[in-house]
Design a protein around this ligand. Structure first.
Ligand code: ASN
Length: 330
């Protein structure tokens, strides 16, 4: 019987880690073959080709590497013999890589990102079961045309919606606004809903100098001005509530926009979208009139990826607005 062929690209993360006895802490150490040997019985479902990208922990993966990974995935997914691609990744930055892949790859074949919360030296290493679920998702006909998916702990989430919510739990990846897309039940994938708002940004390069600033009460413009003066091409502001900033930040926002540095507003609240509801000083209405762009319900780290990609297409603020807001605010 011919089985579907799946490429698994290994990038590192806890799924590749064990405890190094010299330091008593986890580092990437397992070979791809060692990991695959623990995913018992997967060969009954799929033929696996393993590809090495890196052996890096999540915090060592930067946006330029994410783009290299994206270009590799594009090459592999185009191969006729490959039905789907699975990517192993450190969970700390998994959502950023998954979102970058989702925004920049336009294809029907499944692309699944997976990791582990416990390394292979810990009790209950979850890498093999997560990998098995990821492969089962990649071969599922139902997973076609759904963009990039994140599979962990038997749940399937959309890369555009999911975020890491807990430092320890196996159940850490959640789509806080909308809930999971589906589940992996043994080898079957069951979807409960569709993703309504997928977006494609035809970027093949990325502009890495984009900063993220989280608002706090009483904040002033110092950090914002520092970003602009040190060469930022755009700044994401995790604003307060519905998308408002303390009044002393207005001067910095104006300073940035005068220098053609894009200001992309999201909220520091874990759920809900930003909107220009408030008209007081520093309220969203004023930010929008000044020229700030609104980022919907994205968390800051994903908004930063989106802005970096959009900046590789254009630095014109109005073009950026239409790419980033994508008709959400008309
Ligand atoms: N669970 C994990 O993968 C966390 C790890 N620190 C990483 O991102 O590489």
């Amino acid at each position: 019987m011919t089985r579907p062929k799946i490429a698994i690209i290994f990038t590192g993360g806890t799924i590749s880690m064990s405890i190094d006895p010299r330091i008593g802490a986890a580092i990437p150490s397992l070979s791809n073959e060692e990991i695959m040997s623990l995913v018992t019985n997967i060969d009954k479902f799929a033929e696996i080709e393993t590809i090495n990208f890196s052996k890096l922990p999540g915090p060592h993966i930067d946006p330029l590497l994410m783009m290299d990974l994206r270009n590799l995935v594009v090459d592999i997914i185009q191969r006729e013999d490959i039905e789907g691609v699975v990517i192993t990744h450190g969970t700390d930055t998994l959502e950023e890589t998954a979102y970058l892949l989702d925004l920049t790859i336009n294809c029907t074949k499944p692309i699944v990102v997976v990791g582990a919360m416990r390394n292979s030296s810990e009790l209950g290493y979850d890498g093999p079961s997560n990998l098995a679920s990821a492969v089962c998702t990649a071969i599922s006909p139902h997973a076609k045309n759904k963009g990039v998916l994140v599979v962990m702990n038997n749940e399937v989430n959309a890369a555009s919606e999911v975020t890491k919510t807990n430092t320890l739990s196996l159940d850490t990846f959640k789509s806080l606004d909308f809930g999971a897309l589906g589940i992996v039940d043994n080898d079957k994938v069951i979807f409960h809903r569709q993703i309504v708002d997928r977006q494609y940004i035809p970027a093949t390069t990325i502009v890495p100098n984009v900063n993220l600033i989280k608002c706090v009460s009483g904040m002033d413009s110092a950090l914002l001005k520092f970003c602009v003066d040190s060469g930022s091409k755009g700044v994401v502001i995790e604003a307060l509530g519905r998308g408002n900033v303390p009044p002393k930040m207005l001067e910095g926002i104006q300073y940035a926009l005068e220098k053609n540095v894009a200001i992309f507003i999201v909220s520091r609240c874990p759920t809900g979208r930003v909107l220009d509801t408030y008209g007081y000083e520093g309220g969203g209405r004023q930010l929008r009139i000044l020229g700030a762009i609104l980022g919907g319900d994205l968390p800051g780290q994903k908004a930063r990826i989106k802005l970096m990609l959009a900046l590789s297409i254009s630095s014109d603020l109005e073009t950026l607005r239409s790419l980033l807001e994508n008709n959400q605010y008309q």
